[in-house]
Design a protein around this ligand. Structure first.
Ligand SMILES: Nc1nc2c(c(=O)[nH]1)N[C@@H](CN(C=O)c1ccc(C(=O)N[C@@H](CCC(=O)O)C(=O)O)cc1)CN2
Length: 243
């Protein structure tokens, strides 16, 4: 992700901004990229405050390497605290279900990291590991269960899927309100349309925008080059940069 962010940063800004530690801390205390609509959180649950004004950081222009690890740590700390507050306030924690089909090493690693991140944040996670040769019907029945489970708020199907499976058909089965990857056509479509807001946006491009904003990069009005046009990164990245 750091590499993608670096590429994006280099592309949108020939010179970037060096922030003081105080400014970085100020920017990092909250999630600053555009908010996503909350789902079934009670009215008294206010996860984040207003984003900080960026104008204050636009004067000094120098090249800077964004430290994604530091920012990620700060966001994780904030999430741990928010989940803790939620548990105390309403006795519930968010729940994520992950569907992993087959034995691809990379996918196993990504999924393991997602589950570990959930554990560290106090988020419930459930992993459905299905065999490489499983049928579409089997995956769909697992997804239907997760769609109905009220303790599960987010469902993701780790990609790529084995070739014999129809990826679009399977991704369409994830309930819109639980589509944390933002791969459902309605979430993608709403991202592409002016004046509409998707419930979720694919995490890698969303993370890149978060890093850019936290680094004080004013995205509006800049020219950007996005290399690649995958549904997971390139396409949503280009749409987010136009927003
Ligand atoms: N259901 C999903 N499947 C897949 C996704 C996804 O977002 N949802 N993305 C990839 C796999 N993946 C996460 O699951 C993932 C892979 C790589 C990166 C990334 O940022 N890579 C950086 C390098 C990061 C580093 O090593 O420091 C890069 O390529 O520059 C993010 C997410 C496919 N499947």
């Amino acid at each position: 992700m750091l590499l993608v962010a670096r590429k994006a940063l280099a592309a949108v800004h020939s010179k970037a901004i060096r922030l003081t530690t105080r400014e970085v801390h100020y920017l990092s205390s909250i999630l600053v990229s555009p908010p996503l609509v909350s789902l079934d959180l009670p009215e008294n649950w206010i996860p984040y405050s207003d984003p900080p004004p960026l104008a204050a950081f636009e004067t000094e222009q120098k090249t800077v390497v964004i430290d994604g690890k530091v920012i990620a740590e700060e966001i994780r700390t904030k999430i741990i605290s928010e989940v803790g507050k939620m548990k105390k306030a309403v006795g519930k924690v968010p729940g994520l279900a992950v569907v992993l089909v087959g034995q691809q090493r990379d996918s196993q690693t990504y999924v393991r990291n997602k589950i570990k991140a959930c554990e560290e944040a106090g988020i419930k996670s459930v992993l459905a590991e299905l065999p490489e040769d499983c049928s579409e019907g089997h995956i769909i029945s697992v997804l239907k269960e997760f769609n109905e489970d009220t303790s599960i708020h987010g469902v993701l199907v780790q990609l790529p899927l084995p070739q014999h499976l129809d990826e679009s058909k399977i991704l369409n089965m994830v309930r819109l309100e639980k589509d944390v990857d933002g791969f459902h056509p309605l979430n993608m479509g709403n991202l592409a349309m002016r004046g509409r807001e998707p419930l979720f946006v694919s995490c890698t491009p969303k993370g890149c925008v978060e890093l850019l904003i936290r680094a004080g990069v004013e995205i509006a009005g800049k020219n950007a080059v996005v290399i690649g046009r995958s549904n997971i990164v390139g396409l949503p990245m280009s749409l987010l940069l136009q927003a």
